[in-house]
Design a binder for this molecule. Structure first.
Ligand code: PMP
Length: 359
């Protein structure tokens, strides 16, 4: 069996060991004679899978009992609506930072439900540098402040946590579990699973319990964080297979040495790739050095006409999904936890050969 090196932004690569384990258990989970997909979510078997996954995530991120961990559906995009519906009253002021495509989408959705104040925007510099916090214009009484620690498309990442009075809400879809974070600095952390957690179909919400119970009367019940928390994410049928897979991924991360170990590996991978880009006149990444994403590395070629040749030759060499997002073009290598360092080494080598032949 050969596995390609997969640089997809999401749904992204999963650890081979996790896929192999799931394959082994596919027809017969733990001698029960059924697969995880065929179990009641309320059965002791699935409840044990679910509880263990939550505990492993709590261990990895050192999540205290002050926080609920919710396993929900609808992807991160559903959270763009869930956040204002759960945390603000109709027409109440909410603060947002705009650092790229995904924060823009979060802002557009929240604007349907709340009075959005954009405290700062990186748009004037094409999302290549972060607005300094000293320049932010925060509201006096915002229900929360929302930001996107890592912009998956623009490759712009905060290397600091904002210090604000309002509860801090972070869309960590493409950076969660890439390194340790201090959860106690956040009111809410949410993330779609399909990058660093597991397969698509699941999103995780980590919420300070003090923020539960603020939902609007007319919120859909299955989106109400308090209802979801009180039912251990089983108000209705959860995405059981994705939850199970995520649990396997959490165990895999623990076996790698946890988030401190992941941080060291991820830093090395990103450093190697940015170094290859920066030491060449052929490749370019426009993002300010201290705000470059560790997970999503966009880059352009000196001549755009070579883009499709780059992508197709990379593909032939077992380096998949390197085309940039359709909205920005160029290339993008997503190097999440499950993308091994050998994949980055192979990409750097390929880039060097491609430059020699076409530069
Ligand atoms: N936020 C970020 C930072 C993302 O990268 C994405 C997906 N690429 C989303 C939100 C939307 O996620 P979903 O497709 O799960 O709704």
């Amino acid at each position: 069996m050969t596995r390609a090196f997969n640089f997809c932004a999401g749904p992204a690569a999963l650890p081979t060991a996790v896929l192999a384990e799931a394959q082994e258990q596919l027809l017969d989970w733990n001698g029960r004679g059924v697969s995880v997909m065929e179990m009641s979510h309320r059965s002791p078997e699935f409840v044990s899978i679910a509880t263990e996954a939550e505990q492993d995530l709590r261990d990895l991120l050192s999540i205290s009992d002050d926080y609920s961990v919710l396993f929900v559906q609808g992807g991160a995009s559903a959270q763009f609506a869930s956040i204002p519906l759960n945390l603000s009253a109709l027409g109440e002021r909410v603060d947002y930072v705009n650092t790229g495509t995904w924060s823009s989408k979060a802002i557009a959705e929240a604007s349907r439900y709340a009075d959005v104040n954009i405290v700062a925007s990186a748009e004037p510099n094409q999302f290549t540098t972060l607005p300094d916090q000293a320049s932010w214009r925060c509201s006096d009484n915002a229900a929360y402040l929302h930001y996107t620690p890592n912009e998956t498309i623009n490759g712009l990442e905060f290397d600091w946590v904002p210090d604000v009075d309002a509860p801090l809400v972070a869309d960590m879809s493409s950076t969660i579990l890439s390194r340790p974070v201090d959860v106690s600095q956040f009111g809410v952390i949410y993330a779609g699973a399909q990058k660093n957690i597991g397969p698509a179909g699941l999103a995780i919400v980590i919420i300070n319990k003090e923020l539960l119970g603020r939902a609007r009367q007319d919120i859909p019940t299955c989106m109400n964080y308090k209802v979801v928390a009180q039912s251990n994410s089983m108000y209705n049928t959860p995405p059981t297979l994705a939850w199970y897979f995520s649990g396997l991924v959490f165990k895999w991360i623990k076996a790698q040495g946890g988030l401190v170990a992941m941080e060291a590996i991820n830093r090395r991978k990103a450093d190697k790739l940015y170094k290859a880009i920066d030491t060449s006149d052929f490749y370019n990444n426009p993002v300010a050095l201290n705000s470059r994403s560790w997970m999503n590395v966009p880059f352009t070629l000196a001549d755009d006409r070579l883009n499709s040749l780059f992508v197709s030759q990379a593909d032939e060499n077992g380096l998949l999904n390197l085309a940039g997002h359709r909205s920005v073009g160029g290339m993008r290598a997503s190097i999440y936890n499950a993308v091994p360092e050998a994949a980055v080494d192979a990409l750097v080598e390929f880039m060097s050969v491609f430059e020699r032949e076409n530069g």
